[in-house]
Design a protein around this ligand. Structure first.
Ligand code: FAD
Length: 502
């Protein structure tokens, strides 16, 4: 298994394994924790700036959401420019435009400078409204874009067989193969003296005037600085209260004819669907994404795939669904990512999280911001994305709603848990969280009857895990930690697995 779920993504055949040994005697300039697009891009940029870096990854490069993304590269975001103007003011919304353009420049320069073969293609994006509600949303989006000087043009045709009321075209976007990209950057990083260590979980860290000491599953590492590029920081952080975990579903399918769309397409449903074409081993496929929900908040994750497939079959002449997988992202309460000094840090530990569905862009941007913060001591985007910025005014309602849900989940699951007299009550293929003789367990019975019994309380913040029948995982609805049926960690913020009961 090379990713954080039981289903195969269309990218993971390109995953390559690296070493699992490091020297405890060495002291690095920077240790970067997390081998997704954020960690690899940051390690690459810091090493090329002349620093001596170590990249640590709990499993393998691309194990997290970067291995389950859809890899659209956009400089417009899930948080629209109109929303950004409303929450942060016109000047900051203009800075957000610059941030997007800078990420595109950094990405483009990485690809051209190192001749990276990652199926990179520049594309036009098409945003389309399919009903009257969406028309007014689209008009708002265009109005916000106009105010910040970002180009969007109305169009009367789109490259998708989807009936629409109104649409815009946005030039200068892109798509690529995420694993080929991070693998190529990792290789440049290594060629330039950087070290990659996989199967190394960072369990905790201590910061002092001498630097940062990381306690990992393979031993201790010392560095002047550390960067948590772990999608959400491990341990307990303020950022777990200002970001919430969501799941999103992807299918990749072939068409009966050869009318594959040549643009990137987005409707305006909540949650929205988005589409693009990618060719793997000579086979063209449309990639479609949608059906998002808060992690642990669906009784039947498998049904999300069925709904997404039904939706696609209504729009496209689908031949065969070749891949179906899901993955996780983090929604920030005020709509903008957190990139900079970790809230609990005195200035030597950095973090990048809360990317919504724009982590290809914000992960790339993080590499530039964090490199500037470490080398120059400042970045022009420092205040906009400051992880400590959280102000009650921008996103306060979302903050209250998300944390009320966490509390409700935490208490409700403990009260509502099923009580059983014997484990034999759990049928083949069934999974349940149960209370038995005063303790709670997560139990999964394989088809052949073999039982996997785990303690069901997430070690991170003591919520009860819930079953994900699509990825065969136990997911924590509070902060997004996930575990496989053996209790091993799939996603943080936990740094401890679920105890297995033999
Ligand atoms: C279905 C889906 C589709 C998406 N599509 C797009 C898209 O088209 N365009 C876009 O811009 N964004 C998209 N996103 C968002 C984007 O994919 C993510 O924001 C991005 O991949 C996050 O990258 P990352 O490197 O920060 O985190 P990850 O890729 O999750 O990497 C974090 C890594 O850290 C490791 N790790 C975690 N904890 C520890 C620890 N304690 N010690 C050591 N290692 C650890 C993990 O194993 C993991 O490999 C999508 C998201 C989803 C869910």
């Amino acid at each position: 298994m090379f990713r954080d779920g039981a289903r195969k993504s269309m990218w993971q055949a390109e995953i390559k394994r690296y070493g699992t040994v490091f020297s405890e005697d060495l002291r690095y300039d920077v240790v970067i924790i997390g081998g997704g697009i954020t960690g690899v891009s940051t390690a690459h940029r810091l090493q090329l700036s002349g620093l001596n870096c170590l990249l640590l990854e709990a499993k393998n490069l691309g194990f997290g959401t970067t291995g389950g993304t859809t890899a659209h590269l956009n400089d417009f975001f899930d948080t629209t420019f109109k929303e950004a103007i409303g929450k942060f003011g016109l000047d900051n919304a203009c800075l957000l435009v610059d941030a997007g353009k800078e990420a595109m420049r950094v990405f483009h320069s990485n690809v051209t400078q190192h001749s990276v073969d990652c199926d990179f293609e520049e594309k036009t994006a098409e945003l389309f409204a399919v009903d009257e509600d969406q028309v007014s949303q689209l008009e708002d989006i265009v109005d916000g874009a106009k105010q910040v000087g970002y180009q969007m043009h109305y169009t009367d045709r789109i490259d998708f067989p989807i009936p629409f009321r109104k649409a815009v075209r946005i030039p200068g976007q892109a798509q690529f193969h995420p694993i080929k990209y991070i693998r190529a950057l990792a290789e440049v990083f290594i060629e330039n003296g950087g070290a990659v260590v996989e199967n190394c979980l960072c369990e905790s860290h201590e910061e002092s005037e001498e630097g940062v000491l990381l306690h990992t599953s393979l031993g201790e590492v010392r560095a002047k600085h550390a960067v948590f590029a772990t999608h959400t920081p491990p341990g307990i952080s303020l950022l777990h209260f200002t970001t919430a975990p969501y799941r999103s579903y992807v299918i990749a399918f072939s068409l009966k004819g050869n009318s594959y769309p040549s643009t990137l397409g987005y409707d305006l449903y909540d949650s929205y669907h988005y589409y693009r074409t990618h060719q793997i081993d000579g086979k063209k496929m449309v990639i479609a994404d949608g059906e998002d929900h808060k992690t642990g908040h669906t009784g039947d994750a498998g049904a999300c795939f069925s709904r997404l497939e039904d939706h696609c079959r209504q729009q496209f002449d689908v031949d065969r669904v070749e891949y179906a997988w899901s993955s996780q992202y983090f929604e920030p309460a005020d709509g903008l990512p957190s990139i900079g000094v970790l809230p609990s840090s005195e200035g030597r530990v950095f973090v990048a999280t809360g990317f919504r569905g724009n982590g290809m862009t914000f992960g790339t941007l993080s590499s530039a911001i964090i490199t500037d913060l470490i080398n120059e001591g400042s970045s022009r985007y420092e205040a906009l994305f400051n992880p400590k910025r959280f102000r009650p005014t921008a996103g306060f309602t979302t903050f209250i709603k998300e944390n009320a849900t966490v509390l409700k989940d935490m208490i409700g699951d403990k009260i509502g848990m099923e009580r059983i007299r014997s484990l034999a009550e759990i049928g083949a293929g069934e999974a349940k969280v149960i209370r038995h003789e005063g303790r709670s367990y997560a139990v999964f019975a394989e088809q052949d009857g073999e039982l996997h019994v785990l303690r069901s309380t997430c070690p991170h913040a003591k919520c009860e895990v819930r079953w994900n029948n699509a990825e065969l995982s136990w997911d924590c609805p509070c902060h997004g930690s996930r575990f496989n049926v053996n209790g091993q960690i799939l996603n943080g913020p936990t740094t401890t697995g679920l105890e297995r009961i033999e």
